[in-house]
Design a protein around this ligand. Structure first.
Ligand SMILES: [Zn+2]
Length: 302
């Protein structure tokens, strides 16, 4: 900092009276890329944001790596998803004094889906698939940043409002696009049960081969049940996910062909579910991810 001040003085031609030291930027660490994108939009120039989990990384299975603990300790604020999305790291994250779950402000009764069988008392963590719900959860980010950096209160409030307005427009656009698919064809079948909130918000019947978490592998009856649904309803296409291996869904495609004589189109790795795409690419932001997904779904099912 002292060196920086010296360099700044030199650059400013030693005009001491006009020199103001740069405020120490907040360092925020997040788990997923979707959260990092949200915090980046709200923190603006007052801080820097880094995500533990990059493109293609499955948060259900992510284990803390060497160096992660240091990064967690050095951060001024840690924002994670919660609701057990980060299954292997949940205890560590919840125990950190500087951490907050972005889903904390959501209403368990009206906003959240109780997690299905085997996870009693828990909730489905994939809230970012309902764009309006994700916009609502930004209030928690705004409040957490304001708490540690009260001087930024006005900035954080303004940027949160602007991003929320952008997301409300995106939500309306996704609704409009979804409505172009005939109601009977709005069946979304994916690698794991991540799209419940998407289905609820945009009018799709949703099924995943694996459960709400990818921690347990699908059984042969799961493959058979899904194949029966696809074969009897003549579902035109099923979707792989960027953060889940495609091989399990390939077994469904084969079973549909073998047991029902029907060819379902399998679009491997086509949806971004639990991770953003490559940084700088079209799905490298939350808005880009949502847009990519609805484009892929409309193209395949309409
Ligand atoms: Zn998931």
């Amino acid at each position: 900092m002292r060196l920086f001040a010296l360099v700044a003085l030199l650059l400013a031609g030693c005009k001491v009276d006009t020199y103001k030291p740069a405020p120490k930027g907040l360092r925020v660490l997040t788990t997923t890329g979707m959260i990092a994108d949200a915090v980046t939009r709200i923190v603006g120039p007052r801080g820097t944001v880094d995500a533990l989990m990059g493109p293609g990384v499955d948060p259900h299975l992510y284990r803390a790596k060497a160096g992660d603990l240091t990064r967690l300790q050095q951060a001024d604020l840690i924002v994670y998803n919660g609701l057990h999305l980060e299954g292997k790291m949940a205890d560590v994250l919840e125990g950190l004094p500087k951490s907050v779950a972005i889903t904390r402000g959501l209403d368990p009764k009206t906003d959240l889906r109780p997690a299905p069988e085997g996870f009693e008392g828990a909730h489905d963590p994939h809230v970012w698939f309902d764009v309006r719900l994700w916009a609502k959860s930004l209030d928690t980010v705004r409040d957490a940043l304001t708490k540690i950096d009260p001087a930024g209160e006005k900035d954080y409030a303004e940027r949160t409002r602007a991003y929320q307005a952008e997301l409300h427009a995106l939500d309306a656009e996704v609704k409009r696009r979804a409505a172009t698919i005939p109601a009977g064809r709005r069946v979304l079948i994916t690698a794991h049960d991540a799209f419940y909130y998407f289905g609820r918000a945009y009018g799709f019947e949703v099924r995943g081969l694996q459960g709400v978490s990818t921690e347990s592998a699908p059984g042969t009856h799961d493959v058979r049940d899904l194949a029966t649904l696809i074969g009897t309803r003549k579902v035109p296409a099923i979707f792989g996910e960027s953060s889940v291996p495609d091989r399990n869904l390939q077994a469904v495609v084969d079973a549909v062909q073998r047991d029902h004589g029907f060819t379902v189109k399998f679009i491997a790795g086509s949806l971004y579910s639990d991770a953003l795409g490559d940084r700088g690419g079209p799905a490298g932001t939350y808005v880009g991810m949502v847009t990519h997904n609805i484009d892929a779904i409309v193209a395949a099912l309409r």
